[in-house]
Design a protein around this ligand. Sequence first.
Ligand code: GGG
Length: 365
Amino acid sequence: MGEHQVFTIASIPADGVGKEVVAAGRTVLDALAEQSGGKFSFDWTEFPWGSEYYAQHGVMMDPDGLETLKAFDAIYFGAVGWENVPDHVSLWGLRLNITQNFDQWANIRPVKFLPGVQSPLRKADDTELDWVVVRENSEGEYAGLGGRNLSGRGPGNEVAIQSSLFTEKGCERIIRFAFDLARTRKVQKVSSVTKSNAQQYGMVLWDEVFARVAADHPDVATESVLVDAMSAKFVLHPEDLSVVVASNLNADILSDLGSALAGSLGLAASANLNPERRFPSMFEPVHGSAPDIAGKGISNPIGAIASAALMLDHFGLHEEARRVEAAIEVTTAAGHLTRDIGGTAGTAEITEAIVEALATSLTSA
Ligand code: GGG
């Protein structure tokens, strides 16, 4: 038998449904490890950071938290946002604190259409749809540059500036990442999302870098599409998409649209990667904390479990990642569905069905 591998994972369920879906993902990964015949296991450390922690300590995470997290192989994250903390404080205090300081500059968000899940998109019934949004995750509209001033002039006179930052290096690394990803896919195409007609500095630089990187990849088809037109294309011609690369904010908006078209935000997975591996990467469902359904045991764990599959890929466990994805498909195809996708099952039932499908795939292999 080969060497036993232990992967150390920092789990940060944080707020709302994050707690339930991270627990579900951990159950699936531990079941997978048990079935690995001693090949690998996961060593979990859970951190209580989030909005409840803020209520007790006045901060979203321990001030030494980033130093602590550095030692882990990966971070498994739930969701951030609760009513006791302003959204910009909770987001910057935890999730963006990690993504920005660990230079997790590539955010991968696959749009998956699952069997048995009714999509609002008619084409999903007779066209194979499968694309991935590559989100620039370190700058752009999320650079955090700007400020508020002039409130001293009295009510109604305050001003705020929120500047976007587009660096040539930042654009180039994410666009090259998108081309490398496209070369691994059945359809080798990269669609760049722009708004250079209106944003004549940052987005024109983005377009120029895209054209230069595209010239280095003559084997990959390309297109450059305005963000408004791209949102229409997601609905009208999704069959034309394979890899969609976009700035931080544009990709955030488009990936929500993509997962809604696939049936639910609850299905969408994501990986925040530091491709150089200088820092741990972070895996999380795209969805937020969903306060309306938190604690009821009805949240959809598939986005979190599919994110765990992306973490397996990151660890080089590709076969295991495909097994988890196949188990998700077996589960939805069999009609085990949470409420957001038209079923009645709870979080635990879906998690059990996925674990069961994993065990069955092992015995039938
Ligand atoms: N699991 C993802 C999450 O918690 N997202 C919260 C959120 O508000 N994100 C905003 C963003 O990433 O732009």
